[in-house]
Design a protein around this ligand. Sequence first.
Ligand SMILES: Cc1cc2nc3c(=O)[nH]c(=O)nc-3n(C[C@H](O)[C@H](O)[C@H](O)COP(=O)(O)OP(=O)(O)OC[C@H]3O[C@@H](n4cnc5c(N)ncnc54)[C@H](O)[C@@H]3O)c2cc1C
Length: 461
Amino acid sequence: MSELTAIHEEAREIPVRAKTDILVVGGGPAGIIAAQAASKRGHKVMLIESRGFLGGNLVIGIPILGFLGRKGNQIIKGLPQQFIDRLKALGGATEHRPCPLHVSLTMINPNLVDRVAWEIMDECKVDVLMYVFCAGVIKDGNKVKGVIIESKSGREAILAKEIIDCTGDGDVAFRSGVECLKGDENGGLQPPTLMFNMRGVNLEEFRREISGNPDKYEVDTIPNEFFKEDKNFVLVGLRNLIIKAREEEGLELPVSRAIIITGMRKDEVWINMSRVSGVDSTKPESYTHGEEVSLRQNGDVVKFLTKYVPGFKDAWVDREAPFLGIRESRRIVGEYVLTGDDILSCRHFPDVVAVASYPIDLHHPKGGDCTMKWCPDCYDIPFRCLIPEKVDNLIVAGRCISTTHEALASIRVMSTCMAVGEAAGKAAALAVEEDVAPRNVDISALQKALKEEGVYFRDQA
Ligand SMILES: Cc1cc2nc3c(=O)[nH]c(=O)nc-3n(C[C@H](O)[C@H](O)[C@H](O)COP(=O)(O)OP(=O)(O)OC[C@H]3O[C@@H](n4cnc5c(N)ncnc54)[C@H](O)[C@@H]3O)c2cc1C
C-alpha cells in the first residue's frame, strides 16, 4: 500500500465572527500604528494578533533605531513619536540619541509596550482580538474580502472593506496569491536572534574600561569616547575577545562581534549575539530548530560575557525574549520595488508616504559578520511599495513591503515600520471614504492627511 502523503479536507460552513471597515492583521510596530491611524478618521477598525500581547518585536529588548536622520534631524514624527511620548511619560523611553554607527538610538522598556499599545487601542476604539492566527483569505476575483482565522474556537471568518497585512511575514498577501520573494539571489535570509537581558552589570566599570582602553577593546566605527558619557549606547565590537574566548574555552559564539545594548535600568543590558543561519520563519520545523540552537548559543554567550567582558563578572540573565526574533522572511512584490540604490542615492518619489535614513544593515545569511552602508541623508518610501500587484483591497506595512533583499535591510527598523504603518492606516481609511481600491487613493489627499498628523516630508523645514 502506498504511503498517505495528503488528505482531502471536506468543504464546510464557517461562522462570520465580525464585519469591519478596516482589518489590521498583526499587532507589531507597523500594526499598532496602522490601526491607530485608520481609526482616527472614525472608521470601524479591528486588529487581530496571534500572540497574547501587542508589540511584536517591540517587546524583544531592542532599541528603536532610525527616528533621526543621518544629518541629526528628526525624520520620523507623527503617531510613532506620540507612541514614544507615551512610553516616556511612564519612564519607558529615552530621548533619541544620535549614534555614529546606528544613526539614532531610542531605548525603550519592552515591559511597557503592551500597556501603551492597549491604551491607544482603547482610546481609538479599535476592536482587538488576540490568540487568533490568520490562516487564510476570502477572495472574490482579485478582491480580498476578508480573512479566515483559527483559534481554540475553531475556524471563523472576518469580513472587511480593506485589509492591512502587518504580519512581518506577509501572511495575508501570500495567501491572497501575491507574489512574494525571500532572501538574496541564493534565497539566503538574514539570520534570526534570540535576545536576552542581563542585570547586575557594572556599567560604570564597562564604560570606563572601554573608553579608556581603545587598543584593548576593538569597537566598530563608534569612537570609544562615545561610551564615556553616562548615556544609552549600543556597543558593537570586541572581536579580539571573541576570538580569544573561542580559542581558550571552545565556546560556540556564532558572531564575530558582540552587540551589547544598554537597558532602561542602571545595571541592565540586552544582548544580541545568537545567530542561526538558514532559519526560515515561514516553516515551523525551521523556526523550531532556530529556537533550540539559539538557546544553546546564548548559554555560551553568557559564559563569554561573564569571563571576558569588563563589568559582567557578577551579572545574571534576568529575561529571555518571548520568541526568536526574525530579521527577514517574505517580501511582497508590489507596484514598485525599493532598491539599495534608491536608498544610497537618497531618492525622492512623488508618492512618498514615509522618510527613512537607517543604513543598509545586512547580517550575512551564512553567519559571522554584518555589512553596513549609509546614505548621506535620508530617502523616500513610495506608497507603491505598500500595494501588492494584481490583488485589491490589501495594503502591506512593516518589514514585508516591496523591496529588494538589500533595501529590506534598511527599511526593517521599527521607526520606519511604524511610519509605514501610519501611511497604510491612513490610506485604508481614505480608500473606504473614496470607495476606491487602495492603489487608486488620491496621493495628495493621503500626503495631506499624513502632514496634518505631523508626519515629516522632505519639502518641510
Ligand atoms: C534580533 C533582531 C534585532 C533587531 N534589532 C533592531 C533594532 O535594534 N532596532 C530596530 O528598530 N529594529 C530592529 N530589528 C528589526 C525590527 O524589529 C523588525 O524588522 C520590525 O519589528 C518589523 O515590524 P513589523 O511590524 O513588520 O513585524 P513584527 O514586529 O514581526 O510584528 C508582526 C506581528 O504580527 C503577528 N502575526 C504574524 N503572523 C500573524 C498571523 N498569521 N496572524 C495573526 N498575527 C500574526 C506577530 O505575532 C507580531 O505581533 C531587529 C530585528 C531582530 C529580529
